[in-house]
Design a protein around this ligand. Structure first.
Ligand code: GLA
Length: 718
C-alpha cells in the first residue's frame, strides 16, 4: 500500500492553509521513504523530515533554527558545515538561498522528479535542487545545479555538496566500505558521536582505491540484515569524493555528500551551469538486507547496462599468462574454453606495443595500442575470428586513460600527462595518466576504443582498466585559473567517453576494472555490465570482498573468476565464483584432466541452474562472515519457486543451523546439494523436503565446520 501510494508523487503545497511560520510544505515520498521540506516565513527552505514515510511530521510553531536548512550556505548565519560556499563577483564570501518556486515532473514507470528553485536575495546566484524519486525501489536521487548572472567575472564555488539531508535519531551507526588494493570493500562500523566524521578520497582518478563512495547508516543500534531503521547511500561519482557526517549539539546528523572540494574550487562563468553528481539514498525499517535489495532492483530497472542479458562465462588469461603469450597459445586456450563450455575468451593486458615498447611487462607500451606484431602476427581481427570459429566470443583489455613513459605516445606527447609543472613526475605502476581535459586526449582515447573495436565485429567484450590514481593534479592544458577544475572536468569527460563507447558499441559488453575495484560507482556502472571487485581472487578473501559490495551492487555485476590464488581447493574457488558473474582465469591448458572436468561441471551447473538466479534472484544474506566462521547467502527467484544457497566456511567452527529469509512460508522445498565432487556424499539433509516456514523459522542444519569447506544448495518448490 505504502508503495502504491509512493507511485504518485504527492506534492502537497499547503499554500494558504500552511499556518504561521510555514509558507509551504513540500512532501516528497518515494516508496518507504519520504523527504518533507518547509518554506519558512523567511523564505528559507527547512527540512522537517527525511526517512520513514510513515513518520509523523509536525509543522513547528516557531521557525526552525538555521542548522535545519536543507541546503545550508556558508557565511550568513549557518554555523554548521555548509553545503554550498561561494565567493561572489564582488568578493562577498557569503551566500543565502531563498525559495523561489518548485515544480513536479512525471516520467515513465512511476519515476518522478521535484525541482526546487532557490536564489540569493542579494545576488543573481541560483541553485536548483533536484530530487528524483523511484517509488518502486524506495530510492531518491538528489543533486543540485548552480549558476549565476552576476556582473564582473566569476563566482568561485568552494563547496557544492550534492545533498545534505538531516537525520534525527537517538543513535547513528555508520558502516563504511574501505580497504586497500586486494582488500576492497571491507566493512567497518562505528557509532558516531558529536563532531564531524569525514570519509573521503582525494585520488581523482581510480578514486575508490581505499573506500567506495557508498555507506550505510543505522539508527537503532548497529545495522542488521532483517530489522532496523537503515539508510543506504551511494554517490554517482568516479572522482574524488567527500562524505561528511556531522552530529550537532542537538544530536541531529547532517550527511553532506558530493565531489571532494579540497583543491577543487570551481570558477563559474556568468551563465555557466555547474551540475553536482547525484547521490542515491534509500531507506528501510527492515534492515540492510532490504536496502541492498532496493539498490539491486533500482540498478536493474534504472541503471546498469542490459540488465536482462546473461553475463557470459569468461575464460580470462591474465592470471594464466600475464603478458607472456603468443597466438598459438591463445588459440589453444580458445579450444580449451570451448571444451569446458566457457562462452567468451577475454584477452587481457599484453597484446599491444611494438619494438622497444612491446608490452612484455607493465613498464612498456601503454598508450601504443597497435597489436603486437611479435605475439599476434596476424592481427586482432584474425585472432578474434579464431575464437568465434570455435564457438567462443572474444573480448579485449583496454586501459585508454594511461601511458607508460616507455612508449611512442609519451615520446610524442609528453605534455599530455597529468602532472605538476616544475616537479618531478611521480609514476604509479610505472605509468602516467593522460589529461582528459585536453581535447586531443579526448579524441585519442576515443580512437583507442574505436580503432580496436571497429575493424572486427567479432570483438564483443571490453575490460576497461585504470591502474593508477592522481598524485600531482596539474594540467598543461588548463589555464592557471582553471587548474583546480582538473579532476572534476576529467571525470565529467570520462563519463562522456564511457557514454560514447556504450552508445557507439551497444552490442559490446563491458567490465569496469580499475586495478581491482578502484572505480565502482553508479555514475560509471550505467555504461557497464559488470565490474571487477578485486585482483584478490583467493576465494577465502573474495567471500568478504563480494559480501561488502553486495550491499550496493547486484550479483550479476560482480565478476568473479576461479583462479589458483591462495592455492585453495578448486571446489571452494568454483563455489565462490558461482555466486557472481562466473568466469575462470587460470592456465587451463596446464590443468589436469580431473581439474578440467571439475571446471566443466562448474560451467554446466552455472548455466543450467545458477545463472538464472544470479540474473533474476533476490539476494538474502543469511549468515555473516564478519560475525561467524560461516558465510551463507542465497538468491531467491522472484516467484520464490527456486533458490540457490552458498555456504562457505571461512574459519573452523560450526554454525549449527542456517535460517532462511525470502522464501514462501507455504511452499515446500526440496533441498539438493550441487557441485559435489565426484564420489562424495552430501552431508546435508539432501533431497529432503521442508516447508518454507520450517526453513525460515527453524532453519536447515549445517554440517560444515572446517575452514575451506563449502556447499551450494538448490531449493526447489514441489
Ligand atoms: C589490473 C587488473 C587485472 C589485470 C591487470 C593487467 O591489475 O585489475 O585484472 O587486468 O591490471 O595489467
Amino acid at each position: 500500500m505504502k508503495k502504491l501510494l509512493g507511485l504518485f508523487l504527492t506534492l502537497i503545497a499547503f499554500g494558504s492553509s500552511a499556518q504561521g511560520i510555514a509558507k509551504k510544505i513540500i512532501e516528497i515520498p518515494s516508496g518507504d521513504m519520504k523527504l518533507t521540506l518547509m518554506v519558512g516565513e523567511d523564505d528559507r527552505l527547512y527540512q522537517l523530515g527525511f526517512g520513514d514515510s510513515d513518520a509523523e511530521i509536525k509543522v513547528p510553531e516557531k521557525l526552525p533554527s538555521r542548522e535545519m536548512e536543507f541546503l545550508p550556505c556558508y557565511g550568513n548565519g549557518v554555523i554548521t558545515e555548509a553545503a554550498i560556499q561561494a565567493t561572489h563577483t564582488d568578493g562577498n564570501t557569503s551566500t543565502d538561498l531563498n525559495y523561489v518556486s518548485h515544480r513536479n515532473e512525471q516520467f515513465g514507470n512511476g519515476v518522478n522528479q521535484t525541482v526546487i528553485s532557490m536564489s540569493d536575495p542579494a545576488y543573481k546566484f541560483y541553485v536548483d535542487i533536484y530530487v528524483r524519486c523511484y517509488p518502486e525501489n524506495s530510492m531518491m536521487e538528489i543533486w543540485n545545479t548552480l549558476r549565476h548572472d552576476e556582473r564582473g567575472g566569476k563566482v568561485v564555488l568552494y563547496k557544492y555538496a550534492s545533498a545534505s539531508p538531516i537525520i534525527k535519531a537517538k543513535e547513528y551507526w555508520l558502516t563504511q566500505f574501505c580497504g586497500r588494493y586486494k582488500h576492497e570493500a571491507t566493512m567497518k562500523e562505528e557509532m558516531l558521536s558529536e563532531g564531524i566524521k569525514v570519509l573521503d578520497s582525494k585520488l581523482g582518478v581510480r578514486a575508490n582505491q581505499f573506500r567506495i563512495p557508498s555507506f550505510l547508516l543505522s539508527c537503532d543500534g548497529c545495522a542488521r540484515e532483517n530489522e532496523g531503521k537503515t539508510f543506504a547511500a551511494s554517490l554517482k561519482w568516479a572522482g574524488s569524493f567527500q562524505l561528511a557526517f556531522e552530529v550537532d549539539w542537538n544530536n541531529n546528523l547532517r550527511v553532506l555528500t558530493g565531489i571532494n572540494p579540497v583543491g577543487a574550487h570551481y570558477n563559474l562563468e556568468r551563465g555557466e551551469t555547474f551540475t553536482t553528481p547525484a547521490i542515491l539514498w534509500t531507506y528501510s525499517d527492515k534492515g540492510k538486507g532490504e536496502t541492498s535489495r532496493n539498490f539491486h532492483r533500482w540498478a536493474d530497472s534504472h541503471s546498469i547496462r542490459d540488465p536482462k542479458k546473461d553475463r557470459p562465462i569468461i575464460l580470462n588469461n591474465w592470471e594464466a599468462t600475464h603478458c607472456d603469450f603468443d597466438e598459438k597459445r591463445l588459440v589453444a586456450l580458445f579450444e580449451d574454453a570451448n571444451k569446458i563450455g566457457a562462452e567468451l575468451f577475454l584477452l587481457d593486458d599484453g597484446w599491444f606495443g611494438n619494438g622497444e615498447y612491446s608490452r612484455d611487462d607493465d613498464k612498456h607500451g601503454l598508450g601504443d595500442w597497435e597489436p603486437s606484431a611479435k605475439k599476434l602476427p596476424n592481427g586482432l581481427a584474425h585472432l578474434a575470428k579464431q575464437a568465434v570459429k570455435r564457438n567462443v566470443g572474444f573480448g579485449i583489455w583496454l586501459e585508454p586513460e594511461m601511458v607508460n613513459p616507455n612508449s611512442r605516445l609519451y615520446n610524442e606527447h609528453p605534455e599530455w600527462i597529468i602532472t605538476q609543472q616544475k616537479r618531478e613526475p611521480i609514476l604509479g605502476r610505472h605509468q602516467e595518466i593522460l589529461d582528459l581535459t585536453r581535447p586531443e586526449v579526448q579524441l585519442y582515447e576515443w580512437e583507442i576504443i574505436d580503432k580496436t573495436l571497429s575493424p572486427s565485429k567479432d570483438i564483443s567484450y571490453v575490460k576497461w582498466d585504470c591502474n593508477r590514481y592522481v598524485t600531482q593534479p596539474g594540467s598543461t592544458y588548463l589555464t592557471p585559473s582553471r587548474q583546480s577544475h582538473l579532476l572534476i572536468d576529467y571525470n565529467n569527460n570520462l563519463y562522456s567517453l564511457m557514454d560514447r563507447f556504450a552508445s557507439g558499441y551497444p552490442d559490446v559488453m563491458a567490465m569496469l576494472c580499475s586495478g581491482g575495484s578502484g572505480r565502482v560507482d553508479y555514475g560509471s556502472m550505467q555504461y557497464f555490465h559488470s565490474f571487477w571487485p578485486s585482483d584478490n581472487t583467493d576465494p577465502l578473501d573474495r567471500i568478504k570482498i563480494q559480501w561488502g559490495f553486495s550491499h550496493f551492487f547486484p550479483a550479476k555485476t560482480m565478476s568473479a573468476h576461479v583462479t589458483r590464488m591462495g592455492k585453495r581447493h578448486l571446489k571452494l574457488a568454483i563455489d565462490v565464483a558461482m555466486s557472481g558473474a562466473f568466469g575462470i582465469d587460470l592456465a587451463i591448458d596446464r590443468a589436469t584432466d580431473a581439474e578440467r572436468a571439475q571446471l566443466a561441471e562448474g560451467v554446466r551447473l552455472y548455466k543450467s541452474k545458477i545463472r538464472s538466479l544470479i540474473m533474476e534472484g533476490e539476494l538474502h544474506r543469511l549468515v555473516s562472515p564478519y560475525e561467524t566462521p560461516l558465510a551463507a547467502l542465497s538468491y531467491v527467484a522472484p516467484d520464490k519457486d527456486r533458490a540457490v544457497v552458498f555456504l562457505y566456511q571461512t574459519e573452523d567452527g560450526n554454525v549449527p543451523t542456517v535460517r532462511f529469509t525470502g522464501l514462501d512460508t507455504d511452499k515446500k522445498y526440496t533441498v539438493t546439494e550441487l557441485n559435489l565432487p565426484e564420489g562424495e556424499k552430501s552431508k546435508f539433509d539432501n533431497n529432503l523436503t521442508f516447508s518454507g516456514r520450517q526453513l525460515m523459522e527453524e532453519g536447515l542444519s549445517n554440517p560444515l565446520a572446517k575452514q575451506f569447506e563449502s556447499a551450494v544448495l538448490e531449493l526447489k518448490s514441489i
